[in-house]
Design a protein around this ligand. Structure first.
Ligand code: HEC
Length: 147
């Protein structure tokens, strides 16, 4: 085969491949517009199938609604124990009568004010989203365990 013949042959092949490539790109575009529509149908179907069974929506969901806790003890465990169970950040420990004596003497109203509004190292509501009633319950529990 002569060089010039080979070159022609090569150009022919490259040209054919290029044409094929363009054809494929066009075909792929045509098909994928269809597929995209199908994709979203499939995703919808999957979402429908895996959505939680007991989904009940009454009105608009409230963002970070205050949570009424199961019991003051549970609320304490999950929201206050981190500091008041360990003394972290200088928190008076549950059951530490000496640490609580002067605090309890201030009266529950003050304790409540400090617990909800924050006080020195004590973040407002201990950083929780407990509502006022739950905070009151927890304070009653903490006080009863600490005097
Ligand atoms: C991030 C740590 C932290 C968490 C969580 C926390 N506390 Fe405290 N709390 C403190 C510290 C520190 C103090 C002591 C502040 C001081 O007197 O210096 C304190 C003090 C208090 C006091 C006494 C306030 C006073 O007047 O002496 C009460 C009541 C209290 N916390 C309630 C709660 C309750 C209820 C929760 C859970 C909802 C909670 N805390 C969660 C750190 C915490």
């Amino acid at each position: 085969m002569k060089d010039s013949q080979f070159l022609n042959y090569l150009i022919g092949i490259v040209g054919a491949l290029f044409g094929f490539l363009i054809l494929m790109v066009i075909l792929a575009n045509l098909m994928s517009s269809d597929e995209k529509a199908q994709d979203s149908m499939v995703t919808d179907a999957i979402n429908e199938r895996i959505k939680p069974v007991g989904e009940v929506t009454i009105g608009a969901p409230k963002a970070a609604a205050p949570v009424a806790a199961a019991s003051p003890k549970d609320a304490y465990q999950s929201n206050c124990f981190a500091c008041h169970g360990t003394g972290a950040a200088g928190a008076p420990k549950l059951g530490d009568k000496a640490a609580w004596k002067a605090r309890i003497a201030q009266g529950k109203a003050t304790l409540f004010k400090h617990a909800t509004g924050g006080y020195k190292g004590m973040p407002p509501r201990g950083g929780s989203s407990l509502d006022d009633a739950a905070i009151k319950g927890v304070i009653d529990y903490m006080v009863s365990q600490s005097k």
